[in-house]
Design a protein around this ligand. Sequence first.
Ligand SMILES: Cc1cc2nc3c(=O)[nH]c(=O)nc-3n(C[C@H](O)[C@H](O)[C@H](O)COP(=O)(O)OP(=O)(O)OC[C@H]3O[C@@H](n4cnc5c(N)ncnc54)[C@H](O)[C@@H]3O)c2cc1C
Length: 557
Amino acid sequence: MRRHDVVVVGAGLAGQRAALAALEAKQDVAIVTKLHPLRSHSGAAQGGINAAIGKEDSVDTHIYDTVKGSDYLGDQDAIEFFCTEAGATVIEAEHFGTIFSRAPDGTLARRPFGGAAFPRTIYAADRTGLALLQGLYEQLGTASPTIYEEWDLTSVVVRDGRCQGIVAFDRRRGTFEEIAAKSVVLATGPAGRVYGRTTNAHTCTGDGIAAAYRAGAALKDMEFVQFHPTALLESSILITEGARGEGGILKNANGERFMVRYAPHVQDLASRDVVSRAIVTEVREGRGFPGSYVHLELMHLGKERIESRLQEICDFCRTFAGVDPVVEPIPIMPAQHYMMGGIGTNLRGETNVPGLFAAGEAACVSIHGANRLGGNSLLETLVFGKQAGIAAAKHAGTAPAPEVQQSDVDAEETRVGVMASRTVGEEPQHLRMAMQATMDLKVGVFRRPEELGEALTEIRALKARYDHVRIVDTSKSYNLNLTDALETGNMLDLAETIVAGAIARTESRGAHSRLDFPKRDDATWMRHTLASKGRDGPVLSYAPVAYTRWEPKERVY
Ligand SMILES: Cc1cc2nc3c(=O)[nH]c(=O)nc-3n(C[C@H](O)[C@H](O)[C@H](O)COP(=O)(O)OP(=O)(O)OC[C@H]3O[C@@H](n4cnc5c(N)ncnc54)[C@H](O)[C@@H]3O)c2cc1C
């Protein structure tokens, strides 16, 4: 049997940073990842990473902006820690070998981002995620962890009230394997593919969040889903907020800079929830272009600036939309982009299950509360990835020897065996597409009570159909039909927690905007939603928000 002190699942920025911290603490560390580490979604991050290192800026302003951006649902103790760590974290990334863009005086260049009082977003052109990932991967290479690559976590083993390891599926050999561990860190990243219209890679299926949920971990604030204002119309490929940071502007079909009406002070650089609602409102009220979209204009910035600061954006627009942003506007609409919710953790990445830790987008500390600010997520992966790695290593130092049993593997083999033995049944891809259509249509930027109710019924019906899911491909090696089936099951569980949380929360806060409850309701709802798996779906409970210095105020941009 495979056995390690610390098993980190996921090799994006959060997973790699956690693994590095645990290796530095002299633990035997393994990384399990379904993708090559450099293929993780972190590598798709474009715009940048936040740290208040400018002379005019301050850590306190970063804290305040994040608290305000979160619509006062972020835990202020966590946000204070997070912003205080930011400067050292970015400098460390630079020392790891990340090549950031430079200002003319040689210091780290910074661009303005939404919801930030000062230019605070440090970047490597529009490929910041890949630059960070490469630097970190080089460091990790020198520390030589065991890497199980193209292995899918399928379940977390909890026995005697503590996490004792995982079961994973080796795609190449087509077998389930057990890996015993004293500590497990889940850093499996986003779950954006619950939606059809998303900026997330096809691999972002929330597997770790779902496995934690099934193993008894509480999920936090799942109803808060971020829609990025500017995704390419048809493909939903992200056009970074950096495009507006560089001076890009939004216009409706009447040629108006409509953001003036929604955020008079900062206009196009208001926070993402505000800009997404503005765009959807413009289109709904008839001021969009035929085909339901608005324009993002960069032309006035000039060819040189557009092509040097936004190289990849130029490529995306030309290749995937047939539009040249140097000479014409870009057709855009909001798309799902980020899950504020995830596996509930504290500042050290600890979950409610002893021995189980989480970090990165799969986790919810919570620092983003009801709405994440651009540039804060890359920072989160590094700050809290490190904390989770330290805590996991410390736990492994004292935990008893873990026990994973053959029955854990047998259970997974039986689960998949049943799917493969069916001669009639449901195709996973049909269930996945139906789920995505429901989420796109009924659990979007604005939420109506009747549509949320319908969405819950539809997701539950899809879950019932999933009980008859069928794998038709009998290949042993790289059976993507099988991984599709497993991922679809994971996402159906998560979709249910998102909708259940959204129905229960009778207020509008951050990215959760209920048409029947348009106001924020601090008296009742200044609290986190916790979703635990019950027999018939999620059981919701609530936890207080941590306060330090910032009294809730109305959010105006
Ligand atoms: C297009 C795009 C652009 C973005 N731009 C920015 C930006 O400019 N600034 C910013 O702050 N944030 C940005 N974000 C958000 C940010 O990039 C992510 O939140 C962050 O990188 C997530 O990192 P992670 O390490 O948690 O997950 P990921 O980088 O997604 O890594 C997840 C890892 O988990 C592994 N994994 C998943 N499931 C399994 C499984 N079942 N078994 C084994 N392994 C598994 C994968 O192989 C992968 O290695 C962007 C996001 C997107 C989608």
